[in-house]
Design a binder for this molecule. Sequence first.
Ligand code: AMP
Length: 528
Amino acid sequence: METPFSELVQVCKALESTTKRLEKRRVLGEFLQGVNPDEISPAVLLVIGRIFPEAESKALHVGWRTVKKALGPGKQATLFERPLSILDVQRSFDEIAKVSGRDSVSRRTNLMKALLGRASDDEREMILRDLFQEMRHGVSEGVMLEAIADASGAGINLVRRAHMLSGDIGGVAQVALTAGPSGLERFGLSLLKPVKPMLGELAENLEGVFEEHSAGTALEYKYDGARIQIHRKGDEVGIFTRRLTDVTASLPEMREIALGLPAKEFLLDGEVVAVDGEGRPLPFQDLMRRFRRVHDVDEARKQVPLKLYLFDVLYVDGEMLIDEPYESRWRKLSELAPDYLAERIVSSKPREAAEFLERALEAGHEGLMAKALDSPYRPGHRGKRWFKVKPAEMLDLVIVAAEWGYGRREGWLSNYHLAVRNEETGGFEMIGKTFKGLTDEEFQWMTDRLLSLKTSEERYTVLVRPEIVVEVAYNEIQKSPHYNSGFALRFARIKRIREDKSPEDVDTFSTLRSLYEKQFERKGRVSD
Ligand code: AMP
C-alpha cells in the first residue's frame, strides 16, 4: 500500500515542534525506514521542500498567481476512495513539470487544482510550503543527510560524498537504505559521465568577497557564454552542458582541442563563447544555435566559431583533484592547457580588483568570478567559495509604504516598500524593500514627505500614496512568493530620489518580467 501523504505532513509537524537536531534526525530516520523503497526519494524531497532532484532540470513554473487561481472557486468535488499518497503528490508535480506549449498556464492551474482539491487542509498547507520552499521545520540538507546516515547505517562522509557527486539527495537516500554503504560507494566521478558543475553565489560587492575569502581570492573574467565540461578517456571525448546534456556532436572543435591536450584522461570545466571573425563575442542566441545543431555542423562551425576558456580541472591521468585547493588545481590546469585559460588575477586589493572588473566589462563580458584560493571543487554546490561579481542594474520604482526604523534609524521611516507600475491594472506591485542608500538628511526628508502622503498605518508600517520615485540599484531579479508581483529584487539599494519623476514614469511590470526573462536566458537554458 502506498504511504499516505498525511504521514509526511505529521512528520513535518513533528520536525517543526522540536529544535533539537538529534530529535529531528530520529524522527526522519524512523520515517524513512517506514516508507516503501520507491517512496524514499520523493519522501526525502518533499520533506526538504525541493520537489525535484537538483541534478534534474525540471521546474514547476507555478507561481503565486497560479496557486491563487487553483485555490479559487470550483474546487474538485470528486470523491476518492483512498487518501492522497506521497507518490500521488510526486506524480502530480511530475505531470505539472511536463506541461509546456499552448495553454500551459491553464493546464498547470487545472492540475494544481486537482491536486489541491484532493488534499485536506493540512496537506494543502504542506503542498504550498513545498511549492514555495518554506518548510519552516529547520531541516536543511545537512540534517537530512545525517538522518539518511543514521537510518541506513552508512557513514556520514560517504553519504555526503554520494550527494555531492550526484546532486540527488533522494536518490542517495534510496540507495543508502536499500543497498547500504556498498551501494553508496558506487557513486563517484566517472569519465564520460557528466557531473553537476560548481556554481557561485551572487556577491553584493567586492568588499564582501575579500572579507569572505580571507585566505585570498582569484578573480576571473565571467564570460557570457555557456558552461561546458570536457571529459576525455583515451580517444573518447564527451562534452556536457551545465544541465548535463551531451553536446559532443555539436562541438567538434572542442573535441579536437581535448584530443590535442597532453594527457590521456581528464575532466575539465570551462565556458564556451561564440565569437565573430575578429574574436569579439557574438550574441548568446548564436551560441545556443550551435549547441542545438547536430546536422551540417561543419557549416555552422564556419559561421559561428567558438572560443574556449577553461577555469578548472577535476581529474587528470589518474589523479582526482576535487579535494585539492583551487590554486593547485589552477596550476595543474595551466600546465595541461595553457592556451585556453580564463583571464584572471590573484588580488585582494580593491583598486586592482575594480580595474580588473572594468576591463572585463569593457571587453564585453558579464563581470567577474571570485574564487577562494583554498577552496575545493564541490560539484553541484552553490556557495560562498565562488562569488559572481556583476555590476548593478537600475530600475525606477515608487514607494508604496515604509516601515519605522529601529536602532540607529529609530524615529525615521527607513525601510521602503518598492513597487513597479502594472500597466494593465494601473496599480502598483511590490517587488522589494530596502533601507540602504540614503544619508541621514535624506532619511529625515523621506520621513516627513512620506508622513504627508500617509493613507493608513498598521503596526510598524505606514502605507502611503504612491508619489515618491526612487532610482534603485539591484544585482538580480528573483522569482518570489513573498510579493503578489511574484518577483523580488536582490540587494536593492536607493541610488537617487527622483523628484523629477512622477509615478507614471516608473518602470512597468512587463519591463520587470522581460528583464527577468533576459537574465534567465543568460543563465543559460543552454541547449535544453
Ligand atoms: P550564473 O549563471 O549567474 O549562476 O553564473 C554562473 C555561470 O557563469 C557558470 O555556470 C558559467 O557558465 C559562467 N561563467 C563564466 N565565466 C566563468 C568563470 N570564470 N568561472 C565560473 N563560471 C563562469
